[in-house]
Design a binder for this molecule. Structure first.
Ligand code: TMP
Length: 206
């Protein structure tokens, strides 16, 4: 099973992914956790270029292609083999992130980015997309508490507001898809983790 965790910076998805992973391992279920951009040696090298705050001149199109290149390597080298070995793959971000950040917030167009990613992923689709839904107020207060910042996190407030609008747009567009699950990320860590585990196990045992 291939499960992706999607949501804006500061929504809590990375924390919950780690909790879910540990729960699955406790249950003796074979699982791996990975992230995008990144997940393989080459993809992590591309991540460094993408997130390096010195790379201010990186264009939107180049950014979208580097994201897709990183994803393509990740899918072929790690994700597809793990799925074939019947592992549960927990992936922090996937195509939805490109649709929102590059397609919507950078104005490259959702459909164009979708096509680029169909090529990059060899048509690989998640069995479950966990969409972390959180209010803008909660996001801002969580983000203030973080001290990490990369090139994208350092973007101006207007960009982050556009990203937030992009997530709402994507939610409307995909919420009826059978692999799309909305997670109320305003709740506490243990409640969100329990919810994610319950829907994952429901699908796993089906
Ligand atoms: P992370 O902080 O969740 O690891 O993600 C790194 C940044 O990259 C984050 O600001 C979102 C951004 N990103 C995109 O713009 N497009 C993508 O396709 C992905 C996977 C991430």
């Amino acid at each position: 099973m291939f499960i992706t965790f999607e949501g804006p910076d500061g929504c809590g998805k990375s924390t919950i992914l780690k909790e879910v992973y540990e729960k699955l391992i406790d249950l003796d279920i074979s699982a791996i956790k990975t992230r995008e951009p990144g997940g393989t040696r080459i993809s992590e090298e591309l991540r460094n270029i993408i997130l390096d705050e010195n790379n201010k001149e990186l264009t939107a199109v180049t950014e979208s292609l580097l994201m897709a290149a990183s994803r393509s390597q990740h899918v072929e080298e790690l994700i597809i083999p793990a799925i074939n070995e019947k592992k549960i793959v927990l992936c922090d971000r996937f195509v939805i992130s490109s649709l929102v950040y590059q397609g919507y917030a950078r104005d490259l167009g959702i459909d164009k980015i979708l096509k680029l990613n169909e090529f990059a992923t060899l048509g690989t689709k998640p069995d479950m997309i966990l969409f972390f839904d959180v209010t803008e107020e909660n996001l801002l207060s969580r983000r203030k508490k973080r001290n990490t910042s990369d090139r994208l996190e350092k973007e101006e407030l207007n960009f982050h507001k556009k990203v937030y609008k992009g997530y709402n747009y994507i939610k409307e567009k995909f919420q009826d898809d059978e692999n799309f699950y909305i997670v109320d990320a305003n709740k506490g860590i243990s409640e969100i983790t329990s919810y994610c585990i319950s829907i994952i196990l429901d699908n796993y045992r089906r």
